[in-house]
Design a protein around this ligand. Sequence first.
Ligand code: HEM
Length: 135
Amino acid sequence: MKASSTSFRAAVLLALVGMVWGIVMAISQDHSTMPAHAHLNLLGWVSLFLFGIFYRLNPGIDRSRSARIQVGVWIVATVVLTTGVALEHSGNPAGDPIAAIGSLAVLADMVLFGWLVLRHERNADVVGSKPMPAE
Ligand code: HEM
């Protein structure tokens, strides 16, 4: 499956979970897990959907193994980070190392995404600077 398709599907799923989480917080008037809700929505919905748009705009990378790995790691790391932050803010100290692992994985995965973007943009610059036959 293309990286963009996985990104879009997972982003919508995580958005639904994040929104239900927000509604549960609002109804229960217990906002203690608010940081976990915010991370799930921003990493799982916003960032993942943005990755999907980038990959869809660049079909050459969209089918690459690196892009699929980047999206897969992001999804898993987001769930790990969110779980850790939720546990921590619910008064369970076991959440701390889980959140730490998730945050390092998300950071490393953003470095991978940055490398993919830079490599692709450098190639796009080289191709874009060559005059087309019709010009
Ligand atoms: C059905 C949809 C949603 C509901 C019912 C909801 C509900 C909530 C609630 C009750 C809070 C806690 C507010 C507080 O304690 O001050 C909160 C915080 C937050 N939510 Fe949501 N939310 C929803 C969707 C989203 C989405 C889609 C995003 C991001 C794209 C998002 C991002 C955030 C952020 C960043 C905070 C923290 C705000 C702060 O620091 O004051 N939420 N949300």
